[in-house]
Design a protein around this ligand. Sequence first.
Ligand SMILES: [Zn+2]
Ligand SMILES: [Zn+2]
Length: 672
Amino acid sequence: MKLVICEKNISARRIAYILSEGKSKSSRVGKIPVYDFSKDGESWRIIGLKGHIINLDFPAGYNKWNKVIPADLIHVNPVKKVSEKGIAAALKSLVDANPYLIVATDFDREGELIGVEVIDLLKEYNKEINHIKRAKFSAITNYEIKNAFDSLTEVDYNLSSAGETRQVIDLVWGAVLTRFISIASDRFGKDFLSIGRVQSPTLALLVDREKEIKNFVSKPFWKIIANLKKGESFNAIHVEGQFWDEKKVQGIFNKIKNSKFAIVKKFEKKLMRELPPPPFSTTTFLESASYLRISASRAMSIAEELYMSGLISYPRTDNTVYPRSLNLKGILEKLKNSNFSKEVQEVISNGRSHPMRGKKETTDHPPIHPVGVPVGKKLTGDSAIVYELVVRRFLATLAKDAISENVFALFDISNEEFKADGYRIIEPNWRNIYTYFKEKKNVLPELIKNEKIDVTKISLKEDKTKPPARYTQGSLIAKMEQLSLGTKSTRHEIINKLHSRRYITLSPLAPTPTAIAVIDALDDCEVVKPRMTATLEQDMDSISEGKKTLKETVAESRKMLSEVMTSLEKERDKIKTSIKDAQREENTIGKCPICGKDMIIRNSKKGKRFVGCTGYPNCNNTYSLPQFGGVFSTGKVCEKCSAPVVRIKAKGKRAWELCLNSNCSSKKPTKK
Ligand SMILES: [Zn+2]
Ligand SMILES: [Zn+2]
């Protein structure tokens, strides 16, 4: 019997369908679906996992936070625990038949580790298992799957070992630092403060940006704009661009403000070729999805579904160069019968001779591209948007350069020089296919050198420099990639984790006061610096290549953590004060209308939250709060009763503003 292990049930079902030519039958072992068929006289059984079915944790005695000193965990070896008992039980009953095992999980570090976890578990159940092979594929299509099962390879234990090293280090660092900082700041139970190897340096990026924004001092500057007219009107700007000196700009403006004519000194046109974008890696894909207002984690989970349904290739890849073996023509043939037949025809009859290439070339998976067309059920909502994005990107990489016309004009107005830039697209080519970039069209009229044209108005505009923009999910993921923080598979999950730990708000993407205090507390510690993580990524590559071992790497990392803990212990009191202050700032929602002291969010003995006056016991003023959703200070007081007005934001709902006083004459909450 051949037993095939897949990463998820949905991929198991599809792989069974492909290998059996549609003849597989599903049944259940316990509650777990299994797909059976026979082929060439041999029986096959295919089962899907739920990703990792084994979890790494400390031995039971070490899980009591109040009984174990955090630093003592550094040298404790984690143990493996089955986290998916139903699947483990199903595997146990399947392995009795001493099957020929084929690992068909995703082909990357995590996938290899998931496979090896299962192999180790099955060997515990049945020592006789000797036939173990690996099926490697980048798309769940007929061709790729059959090819993978016709040319099985060996399981790569170096690769899985790299994955396991990451697991061990993440567990140890995370547990030690999380417990240390939570205990130091008296945050227990569900209010614990989590620290992580990738999570914390990512949070530090957001905190740094927030500080830059907060400390930004904007400077005023001025521009002189001339509105000119030849047939249609257009704007030209003084060649100096931004003036920083008000006197100077005022002087020039006063001199020329009544000018009636501009003389054309230069009029140049240039044709420019604009290359299509390169093929999608995970990062550029997530960035583009983020422009379409689909969050990184949502885009990733949709991409995974599309992959498992055989519509797009494996969505976790750093590669931006199509491998030679990829049958681009075959994909175009398939896409002919899709909603994009017009664009496909354009690419077939008028495409570029070589597809676009990006800068990074790897050999594990191709760039993300479509591999199939939905049949029967149509894609809807965000799934349809993501699929279309992948298809359009793919087609664009095969389309010809766009041609644009760039115009530059220079004018003399009362002896001051003004300039104007024009831009328009003449041959859109790929831009007609990849329609997500807005065209910044600005058409100038045809001008002739030395001609005199009308000035309709000259105006002086004051503006000021702006602070750096906050990160978007897309730009944060790109920054993380640049710093080797996390992997293509985990970056979007890290952002989610920071949000669920209440370290950040998502719109805008900004840290909370507690997050700022935590990062400040860890300021001198390696754990918030990207360097340590980048080193670990290199170590994991070395482990994959067999040049380093799990043991050495984990030992080095434990040594580093011991040093970190020694320095943190010295700062313990400072850390405690700053986190508590931040917590208080976060929980302060306004002034008491009775005594004028701060009102803060507190928890009652029964665990219900309410707002109480810090003047207690002299002042007994309290307000009740809704028990769900985030509560934020608005800095406003109610016009009717002077109680603080708060903003309530519950998941999936619009924010509300609410006077805290339930007896207030305004009574009904106002929606904002
Ligand atoms: Zn009070
Ligand atoms: Zn009120």
